[in-house]
Design a protein around this ligand. Sequence first.
Ligand SMILES: NC(=O)c1ccc[n+]([C@@H]2O[C@H](COP(=O)([O-])OP(=O)(O)OC[C@H]3O[C@@H](n4cnc5c(N)ncnc54)[C@H](OP(=O)(O)O)[C@@H]3O)[C@@H](O)[C@H]2O)c1
Length: 258
Amino acid sequence: MSFAGKTVLVTGSSRNLGYTIAAAFAEAGARVIMHGSHGSVEASRDKLAAAFPQAELHAASFNLGDSAAIDAAFASFKEQGLMPDVLVNNAAHLGLGESDFLKQTPEHFREVLEVNLFGAFRCAQLVAQHLKEIGGGAIVNISSLAGERGIFGRSGYNTSKAALDGMTRSMAQELSGDGIRVNAIVLGYVWTERWNALSEADTQRRLMNTPAAAPSSQEEISRLVLFVASEAVPTLVGARIVLDGGLNVQQVPRDVVV
Ligand SMILES: NC(=O)c1ccc[n+]([C@@H]2O[C@H](COP(=O)([O-])OP(=O)(O)OC[C@H]3O[C@@H](n4cnc5c(N)ncnc54)[C@H](OP(=O)(O)O)[C@@H]3O)[C@@H](O)[C@H]2O)c1
């Protein structure tokens, strides 16, 4: 799958899943804009450049919770001829800690939604305005099973992913006439370095909870992102593709007697 000649923005690509998605696009020949909330994204860009010396890689840092900062970043992309053909809305505030529904502050709840929903909205809107002018492109929203089945104690995150799924549907309907395909990839357990911090018992419980008995790898997810963003599937519009090792199809984990 070639993305030669295409510019791709992967939000939240300073580490973990976003980094691996950025690497997959770089390998496929795209010009990639890597992104994070602070300057460390430049070190990530340099690391990826060492792996793919032929790739054209850029680094942009802006806070997705700050719409003025998003607008300024896109103004700079426009000036540099770096407006994306493909946007992957991957960045997320995971809403860990302080998220107990009864105790969390309105500020914390709002912060999670600002990043995961409003930030994704504004990036998508600015990219879509550009894509309409050039005749089309693709937007992939990275969602989570948390959008349909809440993770206990993570109400802000759960709410933001449910809303992102709703936004995906609206965007897909309104933008497909302009050649802009919008789809969501819905994830369950993803292997990231956070798995290394789990106790053996917690790791085993997660594996037992997943029919595939393994988390999705970042590489597997990246292959799917590239496929969904590619011209191989021109009528894939508004899909909500669940890649979760079967987590969502079971009534209860297999070690629970029903
Ligand atoms: N990991 C999982 O098990 C899992 C499961 C289901 C869905 N997902 C989804 O997959 C995606 C990636 O997850 P991940 O585990 O790789 O996330 P992660 O390790 O927490 O990385 C999050 C990325 O988002 C960026 N980011 C966070 N807050 C930001 C802000 N305010 N402004 C700009 N950038 C910000 C971070 O950049 P900085 O480091 O510079 O802040 C980082 O690059 C997310 O959409 C997540 O909801 C993950």
